[in-house]
Write a new protein. Structure first.
Lengths: 113, 107
């Protein structure tokens, strides 16, 4: 297993601003993922972040809106840029510990006013 | 990515066994079947994973028939704390979450 922490746990932001979410893992992992879960909905994969390479974004998500950094094997950040109320969601990071098994962080609850 | 279909919701009572069946007709040969549990305001939590036949751990059992086109998660003797959303996922490192099954356990 892996222990994953996220900062901040929650935030309230004004539209037009940006927020950077941090994800820290207690062990070195190759693959990290960022998801979004809108209120009452299931999880949607935003991007896959591998250390040493550019993040791979899913359809509907772009780097300008959700830039991701992956400076080492235990850490990643996701920035939500130029926020609007539609970005209000829970943002979760996860890591792949073994094949086809992911462990998730507690999530960052974002409210954009 | 294999598409999965599972019931939207299930109700149960404490002490009963809950069985959730997931359909995944286009599962690939190399795909594993994994179930996650999510409580409100928390990230999904890995429950169990299997490839074929039966897998059991301290939390649940997973039954997979020979054709692997479906799987059944079995939660024995549920309690109120088992009320959650349960997701069935198949294959690949990029998880595609469906709507999940909301299980409500009543006293």
């Amino acid at each position: 297993s892996a222990v994953i922490s996220q900062k901040p746990s929650r935030d309230i932001c004004q539209r037009g601003t940006s927020l950077t979410i941090q994800c820290q893992v207690d062990s070195q992992v190759t693959m990290m993922f960022w998801y979004r879960q809108q209120p009452g909905q299931s999880l949607t994969l935003i991007a896959t972040a591998n250390q040493g390479s550019e993040a791979t974004y899913e359809s509907g998500f772009v780097i300008d809106k959700f830039p991701i950094s992956r400076p080492n094997l235990t850490f990643s950040t996701l920035t939500v840029s130029n926020m609007s109320p539609e970005d209000s969601s829970i943002y979760l990071c996860s890591v792949e510990v073994r094949q086809e098994t992911q462990y998730f962080g507690p999530g960052t609850r974002l409210l954009v006013l | 990515l294999a598409k999965t279909t599972q019931p939207i919701s299930m109700d149960s009572y404490e002490g009963q066994e809950v069985n959730i069946t997931c359909s995944h007709n286009n599962i690939a040969t190399n795909d594993y079947i994994t179930w996650y549990q999510q409580f409100p305001s928390q990230g999904p939590r890995f429950i169990i994973q299997g490839y074929k036949t039966k897998v059991t751990n301290e939390v649940a059992s997973l039954f997979i028939p020979a054709d692997r086109k479906s799987s059944t998660l079995s939660l024995p003797r549920v309690s109120l704390s088992d009320t959650a959303v349960y997701y069935c996922l198949v294959g690949a490192y990029k998880l595609s979450f469906g709507a999940g099954t909301t299980v409500t356990v009543r006293a």
